[in-house]
Ligand binder design. Structure first.
Ligand SMILES: [Zn+2]
Length: 278
């Protein structure tokens, strides 16, 4: 049964399902990105227009479609609604599809989809909140770390294990090793440079990634994130002449680092290793 459902012929069908599912999750992430930094609840109160307070009806809340049909404006007061809402839904939908494709093509255990989807939602939320507010909220890091521990226990195969306590151990080890190493870096940075080089939010982000994907994912995330951050940072210094002490949030780079790891994984890690060893 499972094999039939996941046969290559069913691939296009699942791809569409996953894309639409991703768009729905993206719609929820929009709510999280807007409300979490404001300390508002993300579950009970329905969405409303920030300008006229019009309670948004279900038919005006269909991911991707409603924004397009309404021409990016509130139905009642015609206030423009940022294209970012649409982009967050689209990005999430595309990322979900890519990850699904990867799991399918690489014949990874189907259970991997759970931590991957959780982490993808986490990366999108972290990127936008950190970009907007320069914080990575505890609400997201703690929730994802706990979800990582729970699902690793239920599906130890996520960490390549068979018994529940092995899954839990690997998840916990990922949390401690990833978070611990970055915490040491953060403290060292503070001691050497006499300012916060790495926020505690970044440390908690890495710990949560470790709980979901294991310790290797933490190192890959920091590695890819730092390379990307350095390139962009250098580019900004070169373009603007001099860095005017403006703080560039690290969250979005870490998030992209995590996504690169999830999609390309160990292949890219090995490539980098070979490059260093030449
Ligand atoms: Zn309105």
């Amino acid at each position: 049964m499972k094999r039939e459902l996941l046969s290559p012929e069913m691939m296009p069908f699942w791809q569409v399902v996953v894309f639409l599912f991703g768009a729905c999750i993206g719609s929820f992430l929009n709510v999280c990105i807007y409300r979490i930094p404001r300390g508002e609840t993300v579950v009970t109160t329905p969405s409303h227009c920030p300008k006229c307070d019009y309670s948004i009806a279900w038919y005006d809340n269909i991911p991707l479609l409603s924004w397009t049909l309404l021409n990016g404006k509130c139905r009642k007061c015609r206030t423009p609604i940022s294209y970012r809402y649409f982009m967050v839904e689209l990005i999430t939908a595309i990322l979900f599809s890519l990850i699904w494709f990867k799991v399918f093509m690489h014949h990874q255990p189907i259970e991997m989809i759970i931590p991957y989807f959780i982490v993808l939602a986490f990366t999108v939320t972290t990127s936008f909140i950190d970009y907007d507010c320069r914080i990575i909220p505890n609400e997201t890091t703690y929730s994802v770390a706990i979800l990582g521990l729970i699902f690793s226990t239920i599906f130890p195969i996520i960490h390549g294990q068979t018994l529940w306590y092995q899954g839990l151990c690997f998840s916990f080890a990922g949390l401690l090793i990833g978070g611990g190493c970055l915490l040491i870096f953060s403290l060292l940075g503070k001691w050497i440079f006499k300012k916060d080089a790495l926020g505690l939010g970044d440390v908690k982000y890495i710990a949560a990634i470790g709980a979901c994907l294991g310790w290797q994912a933490c190192f890959a995330t920091v590695l890819f994130g730092s390379i990307l951050g350095s390139i962009i940072g250098l580019g900004m210094i070169l373009c603007k002449g001099k860095e005017n002490g403006r703080y560039i949030p690290f969250g979005p780079f870490l998030a992209i680092g995590t996504i690169i790891w999830m999609i390309y994984g160990k292949n890219l890690f090995l490539l980098y290793y070979q490059f260093l060893m030449r």
